[in-house]
Design a protein around this ligand. Structure first.
Ligand SMILES: [Zn+2]
Length: 432
């Protein structure tokens, strides 16, 4: 009788606990820098949010269970330097043909959030928003270029007349849901005005500034940029660019770089097609001048050369000796904080369910810098699955899918099979 009652109680408990989660990632190694977590954990998702992270969440509590044993489960990657103002038809410009539409390149690399680094300025930002930001499944944020016309190429980006701090700050405040910073880039002249006006706009709108220093000229030394001109929280991107004064004749990292970091200036990778040199990065990494944030500078040229994608850039830091937990931290929570989006880049309960499921492969791999020099390595990160707001948006090997011969005979009636909470319920319904 006692046993019978016990069984009844168990049954009642099961009834009282319906499948409360839409999706459960089971058996993976979770890396979440914000929550100081690097351990085996299950991750449960409900209604597009992280609902639970715990050592053993019962499979029966979820509509859909995905076995991620042997894989790493991380926050969706946050790439704060990309160029995605595509579709304008403008040739030879990042506000045009040099940009790419984000969704084709982000999800397959585990990236769920990007920040466009100044492809648009205050004048053409509404067009960028309409053309790309509002239509993308990737979360697209933006740095506004201090140049009103943004990265139109050539003389457009050299025009001091079009660098209006007030108008930039006003536009940033008007679109503060999306605009996360101010960018200055590609400037060739001797003046400090582009940097100073970007900082003025950033101060007025209370957002950080990201600097691509353009031509390095004696009239405006890079040392002054990071020691005097930038505020704490402002960013110097392209940190391993060949032009950055990095090493003395004996190969030691110059002390001013550590001083700048101590001041609170942030150093971001921004790999791109011209800004990542093994000869700068390897000695710098060995001596502790490591990046705050890892970013790609994704655009049409970089993605087909040494940069490739976010995971390829992250893998470069792995093979230079950065521990995996650090690589993930600097590609998720750290960049999210830099752009003051602290709701992103972690897997806390209640956070948007943006998740990357990564495989760390062992093998013989080669990594190429922007001048075509190779470094060999034995590690490579690969993206098995990406989840954006609780929905699977990339699935390399079908780990979130059913085997074809276990589905009902007429499974083609269920559309393209892209799984989400709704379709999961549909599959079960049709099996009856
Ligand atoms: Zn760029």
């Amino acid at each position: 009788m006692k046993i019978f009652l016990g069984v009844l109680c168990l049954a009642a408990a099961a009834l009282a606990q319906p499948q409360q989660y839409d999706l459960l990632l089971k058996g993976g190694h979770v890396i979440d820098g914000r929550n100081h977590l690097s351990a085996l954990r299950d991750v449960a998702i409900r209604a597009g949010r992280i609902a639970a992270v715990a050592p053993d969440i019962p499979a029966a509590q979820a509509h859909k269970v995905v076995d991620v044993t042997g894989l790493y489960v991380t926050p969706g990657l946050v790439d704060i330097h990309v160029h995605v103002y595509a579709g304008t038809g403008q040739r030879n410009a990042y506000s045009g043909d040099n940009s790419v539409y984000p969704d084709g390149f982000t999800f397959r690399a585990g990236v769920t959030t990007v920040a466009d680094a100044g492809s648009s300025g205050w004048r053409n930002f509404p067009d960028f928003k309409d053309r790309v930001i509002d239509r993308s499944r990737t979360r697209v944020l933006a740095f506004l270029n201090i140049v009103g016309h943004g990265m139109g190429g050539g003389k457009i980006e050299q025009n001091l007349e079009d660098m209006d701090a007030k108008a930039t700050a006003q536009q940033a405040l008007k679109y503060k849901d999306v605009v996360v910073g101010v960018k200055t880039a590609h400037y060739a002249g001797p003046e400090w005005a582009p940097v100073e006006r970007a900082v003025e706009a950033g101060t007025e709108a209370n957002i950080p500034v990201m600097v691509d220093f353009g031509s390095f000229r004696p009239e405006r030394p890079y040392q002054d940029l990071v020691l005097k001109k930038l505020r704490p929280g402002d960013m110097s991107t392209h940190m391993y660019l060949g032009a950055v004064p990095m090493l003395d004749d004996a190969g030691r990292v110059l002390p001013y770089l550590f001083e700048a970091r101590k001041r609170g200036v942030i150093f971001d990778v921004g790999h791109g097609a011209g800004s990542f040199l093994w000869r700068q990065a390897v000695p710098a990494m060995k001596q502790g001048f490591i990046p705050d944030s890892i970013s790609t500078d994704l655009h049409i040229s970089s993605m087909n050369a040494g940069m490739k994608d976010m995971l390829n850039v992250m893998s470069k830091f792995l093979i230079m000796g950065m521990p995996l937990d650090e690589v993930i931290l600097r590609s998720t929570w750290t960049p999210a904080r830099e752009i003051k989006r602290e709701e992103l880049g972690h897997l806390s309960v209640g956070a948007p369910a943006d998740v990357a499921v990564l495989r760390l492969r062992d093998g013989d791999f080669g990594y190429v810098d922007v001048y075509g020099a190779r470094m060999k390595g034995t590690k490579k990160l690969e993206c098995e699955a990406t989840i954006r707001d609780g929905r699977v948006v990339w699935d390399l090997n079908g780990i979130t899918r059913e085997d074809w011969d276990k589905l009902p005979a007429r499974y083609t009636a269920q559309g393209d099979g892209r799984w989400d909470g709704t379709l999961g319920a549909t599959v079960r319904g049709r099996r009856k």
